[in-house]
Write a protein that binds this ligand. Structure first.
Ligand code: PEP
Length: 256
């Protein structure tokens, strides 16, 4: 399986800055078959960057998309409009769940709409600090996974990527803490166990599972060697080009 390094730029960079970053990143990276490097710029930058990008080296992800293809939905961009422009969609990110109030029904419709439009969802799941403190992590993970994938058929599971992102470890969260590799390993085991229950043994092994939460060049290696982890979803550190390139180099060294 490939190793994923995904940069989520969130609400940062103008279109011009995004384009310069991409240009420099493409120059810095050789083509590498074992790596899947993905960047997720703002929606407004996706169209120009889709014309600029060398997809042999880097893929584009959208940070969002709406599940209906067209209609009276002011301000939305549909996955059908993004079709052909991006390869991936970040769905279920904790910022969408908790700042914008996206619930499980909304998220599962977005997952289905992305797949329908040939865009691979990166489904983010993860417990909050209080859910962990109350011992609810396993239930939250199982529920978010089962619900997020409820419209995904057995034959579509090869079009899914899961990202485990404990909300308490996201760098922009106040008092964020680093997850230990053991904590990550335990939840990744849970995720694969839940996938096995829902879809069977092969599925549990073949779905890429990424980790995200304050990953940087100093800790990337420790997360990339956690059993069952196939890559990283990176927010803050992906905004610094040099650091993002370092993380990609570390990923090649420790995994490929
Ligand atoms: C994220 O928000 O997906 C994320 C992982 O952010 P950070 O790396 O900044 O914690």
């Amino acid at each position: 399986m490939k190793t994923y390094v995904v940069g989520n730029w969130k609400l940062n960079f103008t279109v011009g800055e995004s384009s310069i970053y991409l240009h420099k990143l493409m120059k810095a990276l050789p083509v590498h078959r074992g790596m899947e490097v993905v960047v997720a710029p703002s929606t407004i930058a996706l169209q120009p960057l889709s014309l600029q990008i060398d997809r042999h080296k880097i893929k584009l992800a959208t940070q969002n998309g709406f599940y209906r293809d067209y209609g009276a939905f002011t301000g939305e961009t549909s996955f059908s409009q993004l079709r052909g422009m991006v390869d991936y969609a970040i769905i279920g990110h904790s910022e969408r769940r908790y700042i914008f109030g996206e619930d499980e029904k909304f998220i599962q419709k977005k997952v289905a709409a992305a797949i329908r439009n040939k865009i691979t969802p990166i489904l983010c799941i993860g417990e909050t600090e209080s859910e962990r403190a109350f011992g609810e992590t396993a239930d939250v993970i199982r529920d978010q996974l089962a619900s997020g994938l409820s419209q995904v058929g057995d034959d579509e599971l090869d079009k899914i990527v899961i990202a485990y992102e404990p909300v308490w470890a996201i760098s922009s969260v106040k008092s964020a803490k680093l997850a230990t590799p053991d904590e990550v390993a335990e939840v990744v085991r849970l995720i694969r166990g839940a996938l096995r229950e829902i879809y069977g043994k092969d599925a549990a092994e073949n779905v890429p599972v990424l980790f995200g939460g304050s990953v940087n060049a100093s800790n990337a290696g420790s997360y990339l060697t956690v059993p069952g982890v196939n890559g990283l979803l990176i927010g803050g550190a992906s905004l610094i080009l040099g650091e993002f390139v370092d993380i990609i180099e570390i990923a090649k060294r420790v995994r490929v």
